[in-house]
Ligand binder design. Structure first.
Ligand SMILES: [Zn+2]
Length: 250
């Protein structure tokens, strides 16, 4: 089993747990609103509470484990490379040079920050919704549902997408860095397209897994055609030329 896939699976279930926890805690934040006949009241207190809501949302999310998860994701970073490497020892080694440290650090920080960008977007949306609900004195039960939808629908989905996409990009970037370090010319770069083939594999990835072996040119064509590939769990795994000609194309 691909270690990238294992990590993504593990992260996915942590995110689900955090969101579940956060939703329970956040629903209790709504108990602080003044409500009459099930509707939010347009009062000074309710408006003031809504203004502070975004900070309360952050701390609630972090109490539910979101920040801890982001930290874990950052700390696991080099381990993902190592595991990926260990699973592919015959063909590939992540031999980073000291000069790569800054780049790897930057990738890991960007991935970590991305999780907080997701958090900020969702918290700001919830605050906007809450403001609207207070100003127009709408039913609090509907706000509770909107809150759940924002967390389970958006936060969970976006955080997973961010983690899947950025992890895969980091693995790919790490590989390309090492190929550059080893002075392997683009014309001598060959790849195997690796990753899961299951019910959620997108069409272009099914085709690429089926084709399996790629030249540099074929990889570039594929990447420019399909762009960022959000949620993609596949990587162009470098294989030496000799391996390509033995098992791959003629
Ligand atoms: Zn894919």
């Amino acid at each position: 089993m691909n270690p990238l896939y294992n990590h993504l699976d593990k992260y996915g279930s942590i995110i689900e747990q955090v969101v579940k926890q956060a939703n329970q805690r956040m629903q209790t934040l709504l108990a602080n609103y003044t409500v009459v006949n099930g509707r939010l009241v347009l009062s000074e207190e309710n408006v003031a509470y809504t203004m502070d809501l975004v900070d309360r949302l952050y701390s609630t999310l972090n109490e539910a484990g979101y920040g801890r998860f982001a930290e874990k994701y950052r700390n696991d970073f080099m381990n993902i490379y190592k595991e990926f490497n260990a699973a592919k020892t015959q063909t590939y080694n992540f031999n980073f040079l000291p000069k790569d440290k800054a780049v790897l650090q930057a990738i890991s920080t960007a991935n970590y920050e991305g999780l907080f960008r997701v958090e900020r977007e969702v918290a700001n949306t919830i605050q906007r919704l809450a403001t609207d609900y207070v100003l127009t004195e709408r039913p609090i039960a509907d706000l509770a549902n909107e809150l759940r939808e924002q967390l389970e629908g958006r936060l969970q989905r976006y955080a997973k997408t961010h983690v899947e996409t950025s992890t895969r990009q980091a693995i790919q970037k790490g590989q390309d860095l090492v190929l550059d370090n080893e002075g392997i010319e683009p014309k001598d770069r060959y790849y195997e397209y690796v990753g899961p083939l299951d019910g959620i594999t997108r069409e272009e990835c099914v085709e690429a897994v089926t084709q399996r072996y790629f030249t540099e040119e074929e990889r570039l064509d594929f990447e420019s055609e399909y762009g960022v590939r959000y949620n993609c769990r596949h990587v162009f795994q470098y294989i030496p030329k000799a391996v390509y000609y033995k098992v791959g194309k003629k």
